[in-house]
Each structure stands twice: as structure tokens, then as C-alpha cells.
Design a protein around this ligand. Sequence first.
Ligand code: NDP
Length: 281
Amino acid sequence: MQKPDRYAVFGHPIGHSKSPRIHALFAEQTGHNIHYAAQDVPGIQFDAAVSEFVSSGGKGLNCTVPLKQLAFQRADRRSERAERSRAVNTLTVRDDGMLDGDNTDGIGLIRDLTTHLGIGLRGSSILLLGAGGASRGIIGPLLAECPARLVIANRTPEKAIQLGNEFSRFGPINACSFNELTRHRFDLVINATAASLHNQLPPLPDGLLAPGACCYDLAYANEPTAFLLWGQRQNAARSVDGIGMLVEQAAEAFFIWRGVRPETRPVIELLNAERRCKWQS
Ligand code: NDP
């Protein structure tokens, strides 16, 4: 049997990553012979680790926290969505050794929200918490869905304002600090801060949610995150974590690398069945 094509996810920390399992399920489902590993790579080692991966015949990489901006810089060519977000989560090694950079986070989130969760974004009022690499990847795709407004709030407000300025030509976007969040109610609140990773919650005022609102945490865990519990306390119609987005962004990366789009629903269902909880309402 031929040796499998090699792929990997680089990040720091990386121990919690479900990406190797997801890509193994995609490979099994599509009959593709691949091996996908997780590798702990701090930012300072990123360039050397990429060079070693490429020279040893690796075919493609995913890059996660805190490497997406470094991956953007390292890519030799970048897709339009990568250029727009200035963050790369998918690198493809071309035959000549050059690296193509793409960002599949945004499409992953949109597919989870619209296809799996049935949330209509057109005309809705959306609050995005956080102004890091993940927010950069999802703002453009969110604005492309034509919401009535998108507000970004961040602990360091200057970063939110910078993102607001960068993306203002793509749609109705405003930026503010957490304690300025009192004027509007939102149909969808997306937590793209890293607070959940430390079991923390951004300082959010009461009364942010419109009737029927959904809370969506990009982070995922076997237990509800602090943000999902906040959503429950605020009577959100639904509070959902980012496992669906994770599977969808991985499926898009698999498609880029292998030319085949795996079915995501059975993979999401399997991962959810393997955890103790996913939905709260
Ligand atoms: P970054 O490190 O680039 O950005 C972190 C952001 O979180 C910054 O805006 C930072 O604010 C804010 N933040 C960090 N700690 C706190 C806190 N205690 N309270 C309030 N704000 C805080 O991370 P990413 O953007 O790459 O990732 C963010 C989250 O999204 C992570 O949980 C990650 O796992 C998740 N993610 C999930 C994906 C999925 O497929 N489900 C895909 C991509 C990301 P400041 O600017 O003030 O420092």
C-alpha cells in the first residue's frame, strides 16, 4: 500500500485539538489515504517547523492559535478571503514547494449557522466579541450575509476599532468596548474571544439579547463554556458552541487539499454523541 499523504495542525497549545480525529473521519468516509497529526509549535518555532514539514514531504497544514498571522506572512500566495482577513488557517504545499494560504474559518462558521442551525443572518443584528485572529476570519463572511448591523466589542477597544475601520467598506460595522454595549439588542451574539479557554467570561451587561436570540461560542469543550452558561441565564433561545464550525472549517480545508467535500453532518453528530453536552436551551 502507498504511504499516506501527510497533513498536520500546528498550534500552541495543541493537546485539546479534535482536528486529527475529524480528518481521520473524513479520510475514512471518502476513502482517501492520509495521515493527519497535531504538533505543538510555539510561534518562535513556526518558520522552522513549516520548513521541516515541507522538506519532509508534507502536503498541507492547518494553523491555529497563535499562529494564524504568522501563517499569513509565511504563505507565498494567498486567497482573497485570506488577504481580506490577514489570517491564514490552511496552508497547501504546491509541487514546487511554495505555500498557498487560505482562511476557512469564516465559511465554517457561516455553514454551521445557516445550514446546521438554520439561523437567518440577513437583516439581523449581530454582536461579535473579540478582535483576534478568529474575528478577522469571520467578519468578511458575516458582512457578506447582509446583516442589519455588526458590532464588534473587544477588551482592548482600539483593536475592535481598527477591525471596524478595515472592514467598513464591506458592510454596516461599528466597534466599541464592552462597557459601551448598552444601546442595542442583538439577534446573535458570537463569542470569538479566547476567554472560554480560561473558563472566563467577557464583562457583558444584562439585556443584550433580543427575543429569540442565539449565543454562539467559537470555543468548544466537553462542558458548557462560561459564555454558554451566560446565554442560558440571559434566556437565549439557543446557546451553541463551535464544534460545528470546527468540522465545517476542516471540511473546507479537506476540499482544498483533496478536491472532495466530505459530509459534515454525520461527523458533527458523532463528535456530539462523544461529548456529554452540546445544546442548551
Ligand atoms: P486570539 O488570541 O487571536 O484573540 C483572542 C481575543 O480574545 C482577543 O480579542 C482578546 O482581547 C480576547 N480575550 C482573551 N482573553 C480574554 C478575556 N479573559 N476576556 C475578554 N477577552 C479576552 O485568538 P483567536 O481569535 O484565534 O481565537 C479566539 C477563540 O476562537 C478561541 O477560543 C479559539 O479556540 C476559537 N476558535 C474556534 C474555531 C472553531 O472552528 N470553532 C476556529 C478559530 C478559533 P484583547 O485584544 O484585549 O487581548
